[in-house]
Design a protein around this ligand. Structure first.
Ligand SMILES: Cc1cc2nc3c(=O)[nH]c(=O)nc-3n(C[C@H](O)[C@H](O)[C@H](O)COP(=O)(O)OP(=O)(O)OC[C@H]3O[C@@H](n4cnc5c(N)ncnc54)[C@H](O)[C@@H]3O)c2cc1C
Length: 393
């Protein structure tokens, strides 16, 4: 039986069956969170996949179980639960990235046989990375240099992708490449192939300061021969595939942050309630109390937005109709994650900067959320464009 803190009780905004999934996965991940400390990324990945976090299910709703969460909501609740158990945030981020940014969108575009052949993704035996960004930038996909040239029935791929989450350990890569020289919406195609294919080289991992629990690296392609069935969808549909993967990602990837945000709020509430300061308890200060309320507001808003997106996707709303909402959700949750971390850092004093203190702060990981899945500055431009403003990136 899960013990709920007062902040937990205040923030339980979902139907009981959804909150029960969060609690269940928190309970199941708790022993793993401890056992896995210090283990390699791949060991942690497989152990957590064993809980079923990568299973992309179908609806369990029946007339008797009308409030059962839909599959996307259930995935989000599982991710929140394992984050709440204290599993390394980098590993939870990577799980959320594969489930929401790759598995769900691939299931929507692949023919049923091709999707079935990817079954090992769902039990953690095969790991996938999303390779879009190149050295000179990530925000402008139409400027990419990686090219797939037609060669007989297939393609030959040359180029390089960098800053790719999990590239040093992935088995399969979803790679976006230019199949047309012009800067047109049909210039790109998406390919899915093994990272150990001849001509693919992995560079060493970067020393990353945000989310250090998941490695990030580079993939270089030299004359990689790909059969046509490695292409996802029609030639020229790469930008459409990309807008689906990025909409899913913007809608839900930050579900990984809900666990760390809740843990931080609970820790700081306990600290402020118990610590003696100026001859009274720290939480007796209105300013301290207001900071904690602002942290709760950031978490409350993030949770409502993320579960709202999950509900829209469970209802079958096409991703092309969700791009602005997904961008707004990503902007709001990432900025609330930064805001909550800022308040926690202020309330923790020097302890925030001491790695083995009771209140160490991770400032890099929340800040990184302002950049990945589309920098917030550029997402704001895109949202305004959807309003009809004549604004381009
Ligand atoms: C933790 C993490 C994980 C990542 N994982 C992956 C991954 O798995 N796969 C992958 O492909 N990539 C990944 N990336 C890379 C990420 O997708 C890119 O960082 C992102 O697309 C932005 O590209 P950029 O860093 O080159 O920023 P830029 O495009 O250089 O933008 C940086 C900033 O420049 C300013 N700017 C530039 N142009 C404009 C403009 N026209 N209007 C307004 N502002 C502007 C904005 O302030 C913007 O925030 C990851 C990044 C991080 C931090």
């Amino acid at each position: 039986m899960t013990a709920h803190t007062p902040t937990d009780r205040l923030l339980r905004t979902n139907p009981g069956a959804t909150e029960a999934v969060v609690d269940e996965f928190r309970e199941r991940a708790l022993p793993l969170a401890e056992q896995l400390t210090g283990k390699g990324f791949r060991d942690q990945w497989e152990a957590l996949a064993g809980l079923g976090v990568l299973q992309v299910g179908s609806s369990e709703q029946t007339p008797e179980k009308a409030d059962a969460p839909g599959p996307v909501t259930r995935s989000l609740a599982m991710v929140e639960g394992i984050g709440l158990a204290g599993v390394d945030p980098g590993v939870v981020y990577a799980l959320a990235s594969q489930v929401f940014g790759m598995q769900y969108p691939l299931r929507a575009v692949l023919p049923p046989d091709a999707w079935r052949s990817l079954a090992p993704l769902q039990d953690g035996r095969v790991l996938l990375c999303h390779a879009l960004t190149e050295r000179k930038g990530g925000s402008d996909p139409l400027s990419m240099d990686t090219r797939a040239r037609r060669d007989g029935d297939g393609y030959v791929l040359d180029g390089a992708k960098t800053f790719i989450t999990a590239a040093p350990v992935a088995d399969l890569a979803l790679v976006f490449a230019r199949t047309e020289e012009k800067r047109s919406p049909f210039a790109l195609s998406a390919f899915l192939f093994p990272v150990d294919a001849p001509g693919v080289a992995r560079a060493d991992a970067f020393a990353k300061t945000a989310l250090p629990g998941v490695p990030m690296g580079e993939l270089a392609f030299t004359g990689v021969r790909l059969s046509a069935d490695r292409r996802i969808g029609a030639e020229g549909s790469g930008l459409a595939v990309l807008s689906s993967t990025t909409t899913w990602e913007r809608a839900l990837l930050l579900g990984y942050a809900l666990g760390p945000m809740r843990r931080t709020l609970a820790r700081l509430t306990e600290w402020a309630a118990g610590r003696e300061h100026f001859g009274r308890r720290m939480g007796a200060s209105h300013q301290v109390a207001a900071r904690l309320s602002d942290m709760a507001l950031a978490l409350y808003r993030s949770r409502v937005l993320l579960y709202g997106m999950a509900a829209r996707l469970d209802a079958g709303t096409p991703t092309r109709r969700l791009s602005a909402e997904a961008a707004l959700t990503k902007i709001s949750v990432s900025e609330d994650y930064v805001r909550l971390t800022g308040h926690a850092t202020a309330l923790s004093g020097v302890r925030a900067f001491i790695a083995d203190s009771e209140l160490p702060a991770d400032l890099h990981s929340p800040m990184a959320a302002l950049t990945y899945a589309g920098p917030n500055d550029l997402l704001r431009v895109g949202v305004a464009r959807e309003f009809g403003l004549p604004v381009e990136n």
